[in-house]
Design a protein around this ligand. Sequence first.
Ligand SMILES: Cc1cc2nc3c(=O)[nH]c(=O)nc-3n(C[C@H](O)[C@H](O)[C@H](O)COP(=O)(O)OP(=O)(O)OC[C@H]3O[C@@H](n4cnc5c(N)ncnc54)[C@H](O)[C@@H]3O)c2cc1C
Length: 475
Amino acid sequence: MTSGRARTDPVQDVVIVGGGATGLAAAHALAREQARVTLLEAQPQVGGNLRTLRDGPWQIEQGPNTVIMKPPLYALLAELDLLDEARVADPASRKRFVALAGRPVALPSNIANAVTNPLLGWRGWSGILREPFVRRSTAADESLADFVQRRLGRRVLDRLVDPFVSGVYAGDPARLLARAAMPRLVALEQAYGSLIRGGLMRLLPGRAKSTPAVPRAWRGRLLSFDGGLQRLAERLQSAITAQRHADIVCECRIERIERTSDGIWQLTDATGRRWAARRLVLSVPAHVAASLLAPIDTTLAEALSEIVYPPVSIVALGFRQADIAHPLDGFGLLLPRAEGRETLGTLFPSSLFPGRAPPGHHLLNVFLGGRQSPDTARGDDAQQVARATTDLRDLLGIAGPPVWQRVVRWPQAIPQYEIGHLERLARIDAALTAHEGLSLAGNWRDGIAVGDCLENGRQLGEALAAAMRSRGRAP
Ligand SMILES: Cc1cc2nc3c(=O)[nH]c(=O)nc-3n(C[C@H](O)[C@H](O)[C@H](O)COP(=O)(O)OP(=O)(O)OC[C@H]3O[C@@H](n4cnc5c(N)ncnc54)[C@H](O)[C@@H]3O)c2cc1C
């Protein structure tokens, strides 16, 4: 979507650079408040990581596959009139597999099968039973691996947390900062002295967090749309551009940012087009913000450029159902590093939602790369497919060749909240105070989940609209 309006308006209230979940949600909140806002996006379409690809009967997510239904997302979907189109993942998705000695083992779903589950074994259980007696730590920069090993033991770290962290962050628990990557776990330790005690206390009557805004059938469920998650970005786009003072310009890669002596932010894109605004939001990856801000503030740029984004590639493969021994009755299969495999894990998208594969077939998304094995995300498509099919053959008993394939590459995929992250964010926030009218947002702070990005973007947009109102300027 392009429009000439932005070029004829001399100075916008707000210009947002980056039309992923964060930027779209911020623009939507501002547009709803009648602010004059322009969103500039480098790609031909908005959505950022939210990218769905349709190829005949196959439909794959190139980025996130599902979002978790929480109250802010429910409110947004209701406002966008999207609840009717939302699809809750098949209940089988609650089942998750972890590889153990080359075989998929379902994670325990209740206490009875947890006792006999081979993933935990007696060593896992001895760590869990000891947990309520482990003392609190005061170390502010404890890694996630140290935190989990200290509280729950090595077995839980290796067999449960390591594969989970690969699945969510494509990260390394020994480098991730516990307080930033899993703040809720650390908060339980701090509040109750124990994760188990804290978890049980929260189940007591009156203690459970009430979420009245979300009907029970939706609460905490994973969801997508028939047209994939890109539908959410498209709907936000149409809601934004439906507002008279709001505009979205795609294929607009901002390359230069300057601030005039009277405090106006001026932006120039790769083709020389220019925009001006009183307030500027950069909702781009941290390394992009770093290079845009380097000529203005080296301290800010340096802190932003320290945030690591390892590469990830996704090998999407279609197989005939008859060629797959495993029933694929779950969300996917995660691989602990100790299994010595080249892939991080595999999602079963066609088991979650209809319309992802033709009848009699299955779609599998295999993840490679990440912080612990970045090299496996590199190499040509044939190498990537070979790595993926080897692991699928061994772990899921897939006999025949893929009947459809696609390799998606993210050279800089997911920001890592590593040791030093919170101190880095504090440095960024301190440096920002010297730049009136500049806001930085995105998944490199305050949560990487799509739902977190949407909510953080909304809050930023509303805060900017309120600040403008209090200064007596439109909206
Ligand atoms: C492979 C993968 C799988 C994931 N799976 C899940 C999942 O299942 N569930 C989940 O909740 N989350 C998942 N995530 C995380 C989630 O998708 C992201 O954290 C979130 O979508 C990021 O949104 P954002 O707006 O902060 O950033 P982005 O989506 O990165 O948006 C930034 C935007 O800025 C634009 N841009 C960059 N430079 C410029 C420039 N110079 N000028 C103009 N525009 C520019 C980009 O084109 C992009 O559109 C996944 C992420 C990846 C990569």
